[in-house]
Design a protein around this ligand. Structure first.
Ligand SMILES: Cc1cc2nc3c(=O)[nH]c(=O)nc-3n(C[C@H](O)[C@H](O)[C@H](O)COP(=O)(O)O)c2cc1C
Length: 384
């Protein structure tokens, strides 16, 4: 096999190894994918200042993200349906994150449950909450996360309604997968994937299984379900409720605006994630990296600013740190690895990024990642 040298190699392998409806689910963005593309393009447009003859041998990648000691300033972003991308996908990814010394964040819409992850790893993991209309259910989820000793609750606020991804509709993406002739053919030609999913512990949304049973929901389009059950009345007062219900660290995910960032600080969030949901929600929203500097400047002294959207390399991580992020989360970069080769692929993705960060540190003369600032970027030489 040709050596895997970057995340793009893992993406190409993933495309060959998982059914098309799942590859498209990972890969695509909402509507015309303007924001999805902007996330990568704007990161790529930034340039480093190359520095020479700096001894970086004692360099350190370690940091602290919302009170969590990390081997590098990176975390695995919450992603739904990951246990269908690869059988037991959440457990495999959580193990890879633990081995790499970074946090794993489990999505509400995962296949594995909070308790499955607790049993699989010993490192504390983060839990991402979608607030459902049934507030009692959200309260119960918060209590389950507490019982699993999650130190961090990430509340995602950019999805009162799901942005449309054309391919999910065209491919008939449902949970469990709807067995149309085309899907059956697709699945039949991916026997390793099928076997993995068949052998896995679960095949439906584990965390909300009881809730689905109660409403007698069985085969449903994920979009249709979330439209019905996510709380569209959610507003800042509800964040005060979450703050009072959750004693641990609170992170608000999906902030793209300075005013919203300030409000997040005033409701007592410990951190925000500057994020456009990987270009999967408001199409036409700015790239996350474009708004990062102004948000970091406005609230960086009141809470921690984390970042996601378009990170595909260690160079991208360094650029986000330079523009004010304390750390980054990755969605697709780890999912490509997981889809391609399971836990090993995920570990390869994390290792590639770690090595790229190290080399970038050496070539920009950085010894301590916690001290990276805008001076590692070349101001005059942007690509556009
Ligand atoms: C397949 C997929 C599923 C996702 N599911 C969730 C989710 O359940 N909850 C959430 O807060 N964000 C979700 N996201 C958004 C990610 O947490 C993250 O914001 C995004 O992937 C970052 O962009 P990147 O993929 O370019 O790294 C999902 C993203 C992808 C690609």
């Amino acid at each position: 096999m040709t050596p895997i040298t970057n995340i793009a190699d893992l993406r190409a392998l993933a495309q060959r190894r998982v059914p098309r409806m799942l590859f498209d689910y990972i890969d695509s963005g909402s509507y015309d994918e303007i924001t999805l593309q902007a996330n990568s393009r704007e990161l790529q447009a930034l340039r480093f200042r190359q520095r020479v003859l700096v001894d970086t041998t004692g360099r350190s990648l370690t940091s602290e993200l919302v009170g969590d000691e990390v081997a590098m300033p990176l975390a695995i972003a919450p992603t739904g349906l990951t246990g269908l991308v690869r059988g037991d996908g959440e457990i495999l990814a959580a193990r890879a994150a633990e081995a790499a010394g970074i946090p794993y964040c489990l999505s509400t819409m995962s296949i594995a449950t909070i308790e499955d992850i607790r049993a699989a790893i010993s490192r504390p993991f983060w839990f991402q909450l979608y607030v459902l209309r049934d507030r009692g259910f959200s309260q119960a989820m918060i209590e389950r996360a507490q019982a699993a000793r999650c130190p961090v609750l990430v509340v995602t606020v950019d999805l009162p309604m799901r942005g449309q991804r054309h391919s999910d509709i065209k491919n008939g993406l449902t949970v469990p997968p709807r067995l149309t002739l085309r899907n059956l053919w697709d699945i039949a030609t991916k026997p390793a994937w099928s076997l993995g999913v068949l052998r896995a512990k679960r095949r439906t949304f584990g965390n909300i299984e009881d809730y689905l049973k109660k409403g007698r929901v069985s085969l449903m389009g994920a979009g249709e379900w979330s439209t019905q059950h996510f709380d569209q009345t959610l507003n800042w007062r509800d964040m005060e409720w979450v703050r009072s219900a959750w004693p641990g660290k609170l992170v608000i995910k999906g902030i793209l605006d300075v005013e919203d960032a300030k409000t997040a600080a005033s409701v007592g969030a410990d951190a925000i994630i500057v994020s456009n949901h990987g270009g999967r929600q408001l199409d036409g929203a700015p790239a996350s990296i474009t708004v990062l500097p102004q948000i970091a400047q406005a609230v960086g002294d009141r809470l921690e600013v984390l970042f996601d959207g378009g990170i595909r390399s260690g160079q991208d991580v360094m650029k986000a740190l330079a523009l004010g992020a304390r750390g980054c989360l990755i969605g697709r970069a780890y999912l490509y690895g997981l889809a391609a080769m399971g836990e090993k692929g995920c570990a390869i993705a994390l290792d590639l990024i770690r090595r790229e960060i190290e080399i970038t540190m050496m070539l920009t003369g950085v010894t301590d990642l916690r001290k990276v600032g805008p001076d590692v970027l070349h101001r005059e030489a942007q690509a556009h």
